[in-house]
Design a protein around this ligand. Structure first.
Ligand SMILES: [Zn+2]
Ligand SMILES: [Zn+2]
Length: 238
């Protein structure tokens, strides 16, 4: 089949074909041969997210004394990023004090358990802990994509939320514009068919829209898709 679109359609119609544990896309022949549980695209996405955590982590200290953007919690479940009258940015403080490391430490622990390792690593101060966790996850990602697809999917979801959270915490308050529509996306572990309902913020600096609650992130080239999801316009008009 020479037409890639036809090939894609044929693969999607086949219900029994093995699929990526993270994105549910059917595997390419090379990925099947490689005995993967997670596709190469999702593996790269996880690496990109871990790099983003590392980058944002080094930017956090310079944002510590800047006032937090008043992003409002809003919506189902409420976000953590309330604007604060306290001096400095409490979200940044909390991330630096261990929250960033704690959010990824869960996956470090799950992966070690799946590997059958019983020793608990000494974490030390948050900076050391985060770098240690990032190194472990990067080093063992090639193992995890072939042996623990469910755990890669979980890490991907949490890393995506953490990156969104860190981006909002480090954004210039003037660059964030609250949008009137609630987040239309489903939270990964939330109830089925229930939209998240969190507050959406447009980040003019980074040219993306993020949800404060679930940290769903929509880059500018996908804003049409978001506009349809919130009912701002019909697919035909897009
Ligand atoms: Zn995938
Ligand atoms: Zn959301």
């Amino acid at each position: 089949m020479s037409n890639p679109a036809l090939y894609e359609a044929a693969r999607l119609e086949e219900p029994d074909i093995p699929r990526c544990a993270a994105c549910q896309a059917p595997f390419l022949p090379a990925e099947l041969h490689d005995r993967r549980q997670v596709c190469t695209r999702c593996e790269h996405q996880v690496l990109t997210l871990l790099d983003a955590v590392s980058d944002l982590w080094s930017q956090l200290p310079e944002h510590l004394l800047k006032p937090a953007a008043n992003t409002g919690g809003g919506g189902g479940g409420g976000g953590h990023l309330e604007g604060s009258a306290a001096p400095g940015n409490l979200t940044v403080l909390s991330l630096l004090a261990g929250e960033a490391a704690a959010r990824l430490a869960t996956w470090d622990t799950h992966w070690r358990e799946r590997l059958g390792w019983t020793d608990t690593p000494l974490r030390g101060r948050p900076d050391h802990a985060l770098r240690q966790i990032l190194r472990f996850l990067r080093d063992h990602l090639p193992w995890a994509v072939r042996n623990a697809g469910d755990l890669v999917a979980g890490l991907r979801d949490d890393a995506r939320r953490l990156v969104g959270y860190m981006r909002t915490a480090t954004a210039d308050a003037r660059s964030l514009v609250p949008l009137p529509q609630p987040c239309p996306y489903r939270t990964p572990h939330g109830p089925d068919d229930q939209p998240c309902g969190g507050r959406l913020l447009m980040d003019r600096e980074r040219r993306e829209i993020r949800c404060v609650h679930c940290s769903a992130t929509v880059p500018m080239h996908n804003w049409v898709e978001l506009g349809i999801a919130v009912g701002a316009f019909q697919p035909d008009a897009a």
